[in-house]
Design a binder for this molecule. Structure first.
Ligand code: SAH
Length: 370
């Protein structure tokens, strides 16, 4: 037997407008407007309040007739992410902890730099990959985020007072985006589409440990989204010991994927003192980077992550960078941002669980911007 909803049951089956692609939402809302005796443009007006000029709720869409707002309320939702904690660093980096409907927490970090504001967003609650130095990995995996929870992190920035206008996105918060491609794929559309958040594809970076099917899928999209690969070790033996996922996606396969990806990729390489920062590592890393013409980002380890690692000294990092450059590789050493608010992957949520203050500022590390 199939069940059909009568109009009276609509309250139980409200549709989440933020979980639709903007074009779908527009079609749905225009049809809905006409069905209820309004002009189709009323539908388009609502769409503008989803992402472009977001309203906290239907009640605040004051350019719409009151009766139509009430009708929308009966049939649709535009859920917020609840802001549970907010921390501002001395350097302007700001960290947000959001509580989701089922009580899960996710983190978002806003990193200002000149006229840019980069938002580091989460794609999963927790992470299954257990990279040895990462706080998110240590907390384990709970669930994939839905599309609206991913793009909603940016929407929430526009709803702050004053609003934060995000210019760049990096998928470097909690989770492995390419293990949640089902939601990340449409979220990329919302982030980039003019009817959505309108952020240029070249200002959106997906960061991955090297999940091949996801890299292929990202490469097949026509937009120029950027790809960052978390390499962190230049040979399989070492990478295996730091990143268990290397069993499934060893270096050779990650390099192969980087080569078939038709845009230039970035290698992320977190500098672990005495572990991956010796001359032989630079030589091996340079060979890999040259093989796929990758740009290398050296990331100072944020010491508040996981495991018992020591950050490489700034001198060691610069020495390592010079070795790479001498081998013909383009390198950037990432700046330390948000140290006083523990702005590395997963740290704010960890802190909340431990109920203790953030680690104090030191000279290294944090969430990085590609
Ligand atoms: N799962 C994806 C994206 C999330 S992590 C990935 O691994 O790429 C984003 C980046 O932060 C990754 O390069 C990750 O290795 C790095 N990272 C995690 N913990 C860190 C720490 N304590 N210090 C510096 N970088 C860290």
């Amino acid at each position: 037997m199939t069940e059909k909803n009568t109009p009276g049951e609509a309250a139980n089956t409200k549709r989440n407008l933020l979980n639709m692609l903007p074009t779908e939402a527009e079609q749905t809302l225009r049809d809905f407007a006409v069905e209820h005796g309004e002009k189709p443009f009323r539908g388009s007006q609502v769409v503008r309040h989803l992402w472009q000029n977001p309203a906290p709720g239907f009640a605040e869409m004051t350019d719409l007739p009151v009766a139509f707002r009430a009708l929308l309320e009966e049939h649709f939702t535009i859920p917020r992410l609840a802001l549970a904690m907010r921390q501002l660093s001395g350097d302007g980096t700001e960290k947000f902890l959001f509580r989701l409907d089922d009580g899960e927490f996710i983190e978002t970090v806003a990193i200002p730099e000149g006229s840019r504001l980069t938002l580091c967003i989460s794609s999963q609650a927790g992470c299954a990959l257990q990279c040895a130095f990462c706080a998110t990995g240590a907390m384990g995996f709970t669930r994939n985020l839905q599309m609206f929870e991913i793009a909603g992190q940016v929407r929430e920035m526009k709803l702050l007072d004053p609003p934060r206008l995000v210019t760049n996105i990096v998928f470097m918060g909690m989770g492995e985006p390419l293990m949640n491609w089902r939601a990340v794929d449409p979220a990329l559309t919302v982030l980039n589409s003019p009817l959505g958040l309108g952020i240029g594809a070249r200002h959106i970076t997906v960061s991955t440990v090297g999940v091949l099917p996801g890299i292929v899928a990202l490469g097949e999209r026509p937009e120029q989204f950027r790809l960052a690969l978390s390499i962190h070790a230049p040979n399989d033996e070492l990478r295996q010991s730091l990143m268990p996922i290397n069993t499934k996606y060893p270096l050779a396969s990650v390099i192969e994927a980087a080569k078939v990806f038709d845009r230039r990729v970035t290698f992320e390489y977190v500098m672990l003192g005495g572990i991956n920062d010796a001359g032989e590592h630079a030589t091996q890393l340079a060979a890999l980077a040259r093989e796929c013409r990758a740009f290398v980002n050296l990331i100072p380890l944020h010491p508040g992550g996981a495991g018992d690692f020591t950050p490489s000294s700034p001198e060691q990092i610069h020495w390592f960078a010079r070795r790479l450059r001498a081998a013909g590789v383009e390198v950037a050493v990432r700046k330390s941002r948000g140290m006083d608010i523990a702005a590395a992957c997963g740290q704010l949520r960890v802190e909340r669980q431990r109920r203790r203050p953030p680690v104090s500022a030191e000279d290294n590390g944090n969430v990085q911007v590609a």
